[in-house]
Write a protein that binds this ligand. Sequence first.
Ligand code: IMP
Length: 212
Amino acid sequence: MKIILFSQNKHKVKEIESIFSPSKEHYVRVYTEFIEPFCVVENGESFKDNAILKLRFLSQKLPKSLSKDFILMSEDSGICVQSLDNQPGIYSSRYANIDDFSDKESILKAKDSSDEANINKLINSLKNKGLESSKATFISCVAVLKNEQILTTHGFLNGKVVTNKSGESGFGYDPIFIPNGYSESLAVLGDVVKDTISHRFKALKLMKILLK
Ligand code: IMP
């Protein structure tokens, strides 16, 4: 199955490629191999809204001939922290640039921030509440356009966020997220473990079933 993936995040692309095409049964190409990179304003209300939004833009921008030969795929993900009212959620990539979560207009104008800035903001938010950890869940929504039909799946990874960073592997909030059943962060556990338990792995596994 030939897939064109919409993502600008090279870590995500690597994860999705290694989860989705180990048997060469699936073949993933990144959209920038065909067209210039472009940004999508992620103004949906959920991971699913944003994944579908990305998918629709991708299908509009790609030459129609390609959409016939390939399945189009997008993904939206983030982390929901229980003690922070499930923030940053769908705003995970721009968390450090958001001052007021009740001001939707300014949230939509906020640009993505660095992983380091996002992690530091999350750590400070926990510390400001006198906490050293909180339950948290990573969520991924994968969306696919196949034969003009949109399919979506979700995956979840439960665990906790902590105020001390550890590990070098992965990206985003990996250095402060410890999955349930483990005592190390995802950034210490590394790709091999992450790619068999992650929210993206679970959403992609379900998508593989839907695409069969
Ligand atoms: P998106 O690219 O708009 O879906 O934003 C995803 C953001 O959520 C990333 O920039 C990270 O901050 C966070 N995120 C999603 N998945 C992961 C993960 O597997 N590990 C760490 N952070 C993640």
